[in-house]
Design a protein around this ligand. Structure first.
Ligand code: ADP
Length: 320
């Protein structure tokens, strides 16, 4: 490997900059050149390619977002476009690629590897919805951001003796919802993985809690369930308790990354360069059972993981 390309793709996540910085500086320490590709696969096709030196990644470790920008690129699913992308890499002398993104981005990486470019993926998503890894870049920052926002909503919710439905991100995964539910002591957590919840039971529990003198009722609703505003209206009508919905939205994707996100993203960025230099390709950098490791992309994409039934069950006991 002589020249390593790096791009961020799919949804951005705090800590991606730390990973980019680590890729650049670890590669330079090994005598490699680095090229940054702007706007994900779309920018690769448009040849938005810039040389990255150590100084270009200074002052970014503490910043959210991604200095390389990100974009979706639906046409990357077409084989002729993938072939064209590999040719562009070769034209620019890029013989190794590091792709920071989610499952969709890894499918693109898989295809690029099949076209002869040595490619390594790094899991970057606030949703934690990548099966091969217990950690994804940005999740820690996102749950801390959401947790702090929910604490604030809880203060005012208690003062007004309201029910608050707070919708957190996570696409079809409920990890952010479950973690915030536990961290914020929510009365209810609605997860896409456990969609069979009974609205009448929620209504009954709100009425019961009120009788016991509870001054608020916090429901964390996952994005994968949605409809928070209509849920609030139905709850208010059925219980007589004022109910408000707050959709936290994109604030959860921004902000300065936590220490954990900076350290893990830095480690994964450096690790990706190390395995590229060892001649590995078509791998995903993972963190599993307390260790950084790497998996074949096909195997990584075929893995599944479940949200913790135990944590979900204790959340109910702890919010009494
Ligand atoms: P994420 O990487 O966060 O899961 P997306 O699912 O939007 O985000 O995927 C990001 C990009 O990866 C897409 O815009 C597309 O360019 C590329 N991609 C997604 N799926 C595939 C696929 N099956 N084959 C090739 N490229 C893909």
């Amino acid at each position: 490997i002589k020249t390593i390309g790096v791009l961020t793709s799919g949804g951005d996540a705090p800590g991606m900059n730390a990973a980019i910085r680590a890729v650049v500086r670890q590669a330079i320490s090994k005598g490699k050149k680095v090229k940054g590709i702007k706007r994900g696969y779309a920018g690769l096709l448009d040849e938005e390619i810039v040389d990255l030196e150590a100084k270009h990644v200074s002052d970014i470790i503490q910043r959210g977002g991604t200095m390389l920008l990100t974009a979706r690129c639906p046409e990357f699913k077409e084989p002729e476009v993938q072939q064209q992308a590999a040719e562009i890499c070769r034209k620019h002398g890029i013989d190794g690629m590091v792709i920071i993104g989610g499952d969709g981005s890894f499918r693109g990486a898989q295809k690029l590897a099949a076209q002869g470019i040595n490619t390594i993926g790094i899991p970057g998503t606030i949703d934690l919805d990548i099966a091969c890894t217990d950690y994804t870049i940005g999740f820690d920052t996102a749950v801390n951001t959401a947790m702090q926002a929910i604490d604030k909503i809880r203060d005012t919710s208690t003062s007004h003796e309201r029910c608050s439905i707070i919708e957190v991100m996570g696409r079809s995964a409920g990890y952010i919802a479950l973690w915030c539910g536990l961290a914020n002591g929510a009365e209810r957590i609605l997860l896409p993985e456990k969609y069979n919840y009974d609205e009448q039971k929620i209504v009954n529990s709100i009425i019961e809690n009120r009788k016991r003198g509870k001054k608020h009722y916090i429901i964390i609703n996952a994005e994968g369930i949605g409809h928070s505003t209509s849920l609030a209206r139905r709850i208010e009508a059925a219980t007589g308790m004022e109910a408000r919905a707050t959709i936290l939205g994109h604030m959860q994707r921004g902000g300065s990354p936590t220490c954990k996100d900076r350290v893990y993203a830095s480690t994964m960025g450096a690790y990706a360069v190390d395995i590229l230099c060892e001649g590995k390709s078509k791998r995903i950098v993972s963190y599993r059972d307390g260790k950084f490791c790497d998996d074949d992309v096909d195997e990584a994409l075929a893995m599944t993981k479940d949200i913790s039934d135990y944590q979900y069950s204790i959340a109910k006991n702890l919010s009494i």
